[in-house]
Design a binder for this molecule. Sequence first.
Ligand SMILES: C[S@@+](CC[C@H](N)C(=O)[O-])C[C@H]1O[C@@H](n2cnc3c(N)ncnc32)[C@H](O)[C@@H]1O
Length: 210
Amino acid sequence: MLQKLYSQYLFPCLCDWALSSSELEPLRNYCVRETHGRVLEIGFGTGLNLLHYPETVQEIHAVDNNPKMHAKAARRIAQTNIPICQYELEGKSLPMESESFDCVVSTFTLCSIASVQQAMSEIWRVLKPGGRFHFLEHGLSPDPKVASWQEFMNPFQNFIGDGCQLNRPIESIICSQRFIMKPVEHFYLKNMPRIVGCIYQGQALKIKDC
Ligand SMILES: C[S@@+](CC[C@H](N)C(=O)[O-])C[C@H]1O[C@@H](n2cnc3c(N)ncnc32)[C@H](O)[C@@H]1O
């Protein structure tokens, strides 16, 4: 009950505040800069990527399992000309047709989805051949010292971040599907502790003959 109240009322505000830092703005912009056509954004949250989408995007299908996130996104949705369809759904099971999206976007979401492998296989399924998965995520550090702190702090983060895990191996989660990975950019955020600011950013291509 307490967890549900936290998740529905406090977490959307906390998430919006923490993830709207000025350090993240250029990274969001970079993540979605080459998106186009029909886009699916998974873990849409409060719509913090919306103002960064280029004009080449025709429509965005926004999936999130927390209805209060959708409500908080309304202001940003009103500020864009791109048509947005919102769905209150679990990322692990999408009703969208196979091979129906040009791009799928995920920012700071693979850390939170409970059945992340299933969600990745859905992302693969709904992407058209030649489509791309654009991601900006935090995850497990390659530095053993940072990684051991991540393990230690994970239960706290899990509570505060409404299911967020600090220790997800982002590259191998994405590579569990038959994507061709462009070189992944890996770095630490300057204004965040390394345990939460260990960033993986890139694009994964669904090749045509798979
Ligand atoms: C840390 S927030 C990031 C929000 C947004 N992507 C951003 O960059 O600001 C993670 C989002 O994923 C959503 N989420 C968590 N588990 C999910 C699931 N199983 N299916 C769909 N969305 C989920 C949460 O409700 C939350 O909005």
